[in-house]
Design a protein around this ligand. Structure first.
Ligand code: WAQ
Ligand code: MG
Length: 264
């Protein structure tokens, strides 16, 4: 049987000029689909960029390309929702979870000292857990993870099983976190949205999975965050290349969870 061909589709939108010209980042999106889903996917990305709470874009780029590498299927990280009363409580829980995932306290503190400087970046910052320094050279661009997706039907089954809203934001965030944290060099990830109308964020890691935290900032603020805490003794360029180029599909199987439940 012939293997199916997959396509990477990417969108980025900005305001007051393109990203290269210093425009404000509005929205981005990355999908991995078969050709029969092309129209639907391009339309969905167009819609995502056009109707965004960060503003009305005056620049947008949507592109697709055939993927030649074999597509790997992985399971979503296990998920837990931590309810907190305030962003302060959320942030202090996030620091605790990062430490528990293996990021030394000092390194967490060093990262936190710089988070506000990075809030305009359109991708993620790679932070070395040994030196406590940013190690990617991508400046305002950041590292954009792409070539990952989670087919809708399977995601909806997962969402129903866990009683979370089946919205694209959670699908995209968990797909990204599952891909990033599957990488051997990733120790943990810290994320909250730059969208003013969304305040839930998460800490993810291999052992404790995707830990949602219901308040990471105040409503109305546009300062987001995405940091990959990595073992910087590996080659950073290889790490970034893997996150950008390795095609990954998320596939949840009900069976895996019942196996886990039985183990408890
Ligand atoms: N690769 C790297 N960084 C990215 C990517 C990507 N594909 N997509 C977004 N980012 C970075 C970028 O700097 C954004 O400004 C920042 O992350 C936030 O992105 O309820 O909505 O898409 O379980 O605004 C997490 C909780 C929501 C979801 C995160 O992020 C839930 C969110 P946003
Ligand atoms: Mg955003």
């Amino acid at each position: 049987m012939q293997e199916e061909t997959f396509y990477s589709v990417r969108m980025r939108a900005s305001m007051n000029g393109s990203h290269e010209d210093g425009g404000k980042h509005i929205s981005g999106g990355e999908r991995l689909i078969t050709f029969d889903n092309m129209k639907r996917t391009v339309n969905a990305l167009l819609e995502k960029g056009l109707s965004h709470s960060r503003g009305k874009p005056d620049f947008m780029q949507i592109q697709f390309e055939e993927v030649h590498e074999p597509v790997k299927k992985i399971h979503p990280l296990p998920m837990k929702t931590n309810e907190v009363e305030s962003p302060e409580e959320g942030q202090s829980l996030a620091r605790f979870l990062l430490e528990r995932a293996g990021v030394p306290r000092k390194v967490v503190e060093k990262a936190y000292q710089q988070i506000s400087e990075w809030s305009g970046i359109r991708g993620a910052v790679v932070f070395d857990i040994h030196t406590g320094k940013r190690v990617d050279q991508t400046h305002d661009k950041g590292v954009r993870v792409s070539r990952m997706d989670w087919p809708d039907l399977n995601f909806e089954q997962w969402a129903q099983r866990y009683g979370v809203p089946s919205n694209p934001r959670i699908k995209e965030a968990l797909a990204l976190a599952s891909k990033v944290n599957e990488h051997p060099a990733t120790v943990a990830e810290l994320c909250w949205s730059d969208d003013p109308d969304y305040i839930t964020g998460y800490v993810a890691g291999k052992k404790w999975g995707y830990q949602r935290i219901t308040a990471m900032k105040e409503y109305g603020t546009e300062e987001g965050c995405r940091i990959f805490f990595a073992d910087g003794s590996v080659n950073v360029n290889t790490y970034i290349n893997d996150l950008e180029k390795q095609p990954i599909l998320i596939e949840w199987e009900e069976d895996d969870d019942s196996k886990c439940d039985r183990k408890k």
